[in-house]
Write a protein that binds this ligand. Structure first.
Ligand SMILES: [Zn+2]
Ligand SMILES: [Zn+2]
Length: 157
């Protein structure tokens, strides 16, 4: 589980910050992303109300988050996954923003919903998954690493 601690924007290894819509939950990432991915699965669509989601995968130890109100960050246990292992979808209970997801299948990583990053300029997808349920109106995103469903066992989303 990610640990809660003070966000220190002056840290030397500062890489990125983000927050939920209402700002109650804020986070800082201090390490390099493992990869970034567009997910077209119907669970991601439903949980975000969008046609696809954008995620960046980091080591859990590189994510520090804080909340200005107690218990702002809540977790929905998504049981309807391909693997059958629950996916923990962490969100702000006040504004509903999905912040990150974790899974016991790949315990050392966290999948951060990239739309919550403060800086959107540098983000681009390295992978695309669950392309078999991709919305037909979406154009080719120019991603070569594409899978019909999840990327195999350990798929975070
Ligand atoms: Zn919020
Ligand atoms: Zn998904």
């Amino acid at each position: 589980m990610a640990e809660s601690m003070q966000v220190d924007a002056g840290s030397e290894d500062f890489k990125g910050t983000g927050q939920c819509l209402c700002g109650t939950v804020q986070y800082m990432i201090s390490g390099e992303p493992i990869y970034s991915v567009v997910c077209h699965c119907c669970n991601c669509r439903r949980s975000t109300g969008t046609s696809f989601v954008t995620n960046t995968i980091f080591l859990k130890k590189d994510l520090k988050w804080q909340q200005s109100k107690d218990d702002a960050l809540r977790c929905f246990e998504d049981m309807h996954t391909d693997s059958g292992t629950k996916l923990m979808r962490h969100f702000c209970q006040f504004c509903g923003s999905p912040i990150f997801a974790t899974t016991p299948l790949w315990d050392e990583i966290v999948s951060v919903f990239a739309g919550t990053l403060n800086d959107q300029q540098a983000w681009k997808p390295m992978k695309e998954q669950y392309c078999d349920s991709k919305a037909p109106w979406l154009p080719d995103l120019g991603v070569t690493d594409r899978t019909c469903r999840g990327p195999g066992s350990g798929a975070p989303l």
